[in-house]
Ligand binder design. Structure first.
Ligand SMILES: [Mn+2]
Length: 336
């Protein structure tokens, strides 16, 4: 069964107070687009407005990311900035508290309205916040997944994409990077995601081979498949999509794809397996994310939950001239 194939992430730069309204309007529009019922679109707008307003008052170089939740059961509002950070998060989360003598609904309101809310702040790295609004009655996700998928600057469509599927206790993720960017890259990627829907339970090398056949008349793509079950992970990739396995102590392992272009040159795809111990996170990044973040990640980075890790990498390590995707899994994925 497929959990969802998703459009990209909307990116709203918060460089002026007027952008707060823009973030709220876009959040409401996305919720309507996702057919979220009743007052949910207004709640999405409040989440975006409060998080954007927090950036506008306290931080610099901030942005709001808006997207369908990775498993398709709601909407994510993600806030990122470069600091200086919130001095006392506990106090800021109190309803009615405001350092700028405004209404002060602020973060307290975000925590109350969101189905899930997570925030980290420090003076050097700034603030990362993730508010998820789930559809009423949707099951609480048992997995810990964060994802962002951003188009190159100036592009109306994203040439990267990802999809998630589950079969029994196994979860399978696909990340695709259509060559270059723009509509032709997006066409190759969307075709790959459609093909994945029809074969997501197959062995990973078979999935990559099926994509290869399906992408023959497109410009081609890099594609990475990751499957997790019972404390093990399997990775199969052709092209430049990297997987980093993180533990709180450091980068435990890095995996790169086999050389080639899916749909064009087809090496025999091969899977590699590795252990997924509790506390481990696996991050898959397309080449729109500068891979040098793995050289010396800070301890604060290594202990971020997947959604905030993905947000941080997309904000600080994105190459703005290429589409960029980060998909991060917590080790709870597939372990039952
Ligand atoms: Mn790329």
């Amino acid at each position: 069964m497929i959990d969802g194939t998703l459009p990209g992430t909307l990116h709203v730069r918060i460089d002026h107070h007027s952008a707060v309204q823009a973030a709220a309007d876009q959040a409401r529009a996305l919720a309507v687009h996702l057919r979220m019922p009743g007052a949910q679109p207004d709640r999405a707008a409040v989440l975006a407005s409060e998080l954007a307003s927090n950036i506008s008052k306290h931080a610099r170089n901030g942005a709001i990311f808006l997207q369908p939740a990775p498993l398709g059961t709601g909407l994510d509002v993600i806030a990122v900035d470069h600091g200086p950070g919130i001095g006392d998060i506990g106090l800021s989360l109190t309803d009615g508290y405001s350092t700028t003598r405004t209404l002060g609904a602020g973060l307290g309101a975000v925590r109350r309205i969101a189905t899930d809310f997570d925030i980290r702040s420090d003076p050097r790295h700034g603030t990362l916040a993730h508010a998820r609004l789930m559809l009423p009655g949707s099951p609480r996700p048992t997995v810990d997944i964060g994802a962002l998928c951003l188009p190159a600057d100036g592009q109306p469509v994203c040439g990267d994409g990802y999809a998630l599927a589950h079969h029994g206790d196994a979860r399978t993720a696909l990340v695709v990077d259509g060559l270059g960017h723009g509509p032709d890259a997006a066409a190759a990627t969307q075709r790959a995601l459609r093909t994945f829907r029809s074969c997501s339970g197959a062995p990973l090398p078979h999935i990559i081979s099926a994509l290869h056949k399906a992408l023959r008349h497109t410009r081609g793509a890099a594609a990475a498949a990751l499957r997790t079950a019972s404390g093990r992970a399997e990775y199969c990739c052709v092209g430049n999509i990297r997987a980093a396995v993180l533990s709180p102590r450091g980068v435990r392992q890095q995996l790169t794809g086999q050389p080639g272009i899916v749909g064009y040159h087809h090496p025999q795809p091969q899977s590699r397996t590795f252990e997924l111990t509790p506390g481990t996170t696996v991050a898959l990044c397309t080449d729109g994310i500068d891979h040098r973040w793995t050289h010396a990640p800070s301890p604060a980075h290594l202990s971020l939950p997947p959604a905030l890790l993905a947000a941080s990498l997309a904000h600080t390590r994105r190459r703005s001239r290429d589409d960029a995707t980060v998909l991060a899994f917590g080790a709870s994925l597939g372990i039952t």
